[in-house]
Design a protein around this ligand. Sequence first.
Ligand SMILES: [Zn+2]
Length: 290
Amino acid sequence: MTRKFFLFLALAACLLPTAFSHAQDSKAKDGEKRAARILFVTQSQGFKHGSVSRKEGNLSPAERAMTELGVASGLFRVDCTQDVAKDFTKENLQNYDIVMFYTTGDLPIDKATLEYFFNDWLKQKGHGMIGAHSAADTFHNYEPYWDALGGTFNGHPWGSGETVTITVHDQKHPASKPWGDEFTIQDEIYRFKHWQPEKVRVLMSLNMAKTNKKEPYHVPILWVKNYGEGKIMHMSLGHNEAVWNNEKFQESMLGGIKWILNQEPGDATPNPDLSAQQEAKAKADVEAAK
Ligand SMILES: [Zn+2]
């Protein structure tokens, strides 16, 4: 198959996840190599981002970027869904290694399935969850979700037109390595509540000193954590469509996926001291700017 034809198949499959899943041999037999599979949930029950809006039957910008990344790397296949009632089921989860959320609001997933996902599926070795941008703006009042993800949306003091500076704390982890030690990017930046620094390893944070709008608190941007034998990554960037086409952003997502699939090592030891230092630094930066 030519790469172009495969891409066509992958993109077509993305819109028909269930039909495609059933037509495929989902789980490989022992010792057999197969491409990993990602279920990308892009359903919006609240605010609907342009990055997950499908136009004229085409994939949304975020869906297209992730699907193409899977094809280009040859590492994974992405099925996209905006219908969790149909596709986020115990039975269908058996076809996947990673579930990725770019969602808003309370998704119509029944409680038993959510409990299975957080208590069993996600804790299995080789399984993982990726939160992209507004994943934290989902299930505000369902503790297992925000406890696993690491935080809940608490407004976005920095709008999508803002250019911010981001500090990379861990330059070895495959998810943060592509960004160097510091970079600027134009994107909407979230503030979080239900933040539990003792449970996460923060890889990148907003550099308050170098950002125009200064707030006296730590703003984590990218973090990872172990969850049973599974792994979780949350990337706060991704509001603007351009971010999904940013090469470093794509490398960062790819690095995180390799880490979740245990193909590349990366430290997930919680670093609450770093969160405390960043919190103190942000307060000092606000004072210094007065
Ligand atoms: Zn947004």
